[in-house]
Design a protein around this ligand. Structure first.
Ligand code: ADP
Ligand code: MG
Length: 179
């Protein structure tokens, strides 16, 4: 049976907070892990991936991979000479299905890397029973005409809801990410 963690939801007031969450998540990640990012265009999926890539110290600019289905970022050495996992950044938006993902022949890099899939829900789950699922949302303030600036839909605040699925994550407390 598959274990699923309790959802935790974090507020991300600005893009730096989204990047910082990626950095914090990277501290939990190891080679072979899969992260699935869900959220509308502009929700912050690539920004979060940039935080992960920066913390892993991978080569190359983590950018929106929209016109490239997958981009591999090999690990660079940290200051102490060690290397962590690389990053495979996949944009599943244009993928027709799992067959196309398979056709990318990512298997060897998947084992050595952390794989982050944007738009992967419903597709990437088949890659691994263990996965970290992150939903990024730009909450629609109910009170668009209200007095509270926090209700302003232009304010930009996002929320991230995290859920860990599978035995790999059984001992991991995602609540540390909010601290
Ligand atoms: P996606 O990959 O989901 O389409 P991006 O990561 O490209 O979204 O982000 C779109 C824009 O939103 C970028 O300009 C980014 O700086 C900004 N952004 C990301 N997170 C936040 C946030 N928490 N608050 C405000 N703006 C954010
Ligand atoms: Mg993107």
């Amino acid at each position: 049976s598959t274990t699923t963690s309790t959802d935790i939801t974090l507020r991300l007031p600005d893009a730096d907070a989204t990047r910082a969450l990626g950095t914090a998540i990277a501290g939990l990640l190891r080679a072979g892990d899969l992260v699935i990012l869900t959220g509308d265009l502009g929700a912050g999926k690539t920004t979060l991936t940039q935080g992960i890539g920066a913390a892993l110290n991978v080569r190359g600019q983590v950018a929106s991979p929209t016109f490239i289905v997958a981009r591999e970022h090999p690990p660079l050495p940290h200051a102490d000479g060690t290397r962590g996992p690389g990053l495979v950044h996949v944009d599943a938006y244009r993928l027709g299905g799992l067959g196309e993902l398979d056709a990318l022949d990512l298997d060897s890099s998947l084992a050595d890397s952390v794989t982050v899939v944007e738009w992967g829900r419903g597709l990437a789950e088949a890659l691994a029973e263990d996965r970290l699922e992150i939903d990024l949302e730009r909450p629609r303030g109910g009170a668009v005409d209200g007095d509270d600036p926090a209700d302003d839909p232009e304010a930009g605040t996002r929320t991230a809801t995290l859920r860990a699925v599978g035995p790999r994550w059984a001992g991991v407390d995602l609540r540390t990410l909010g601290a």
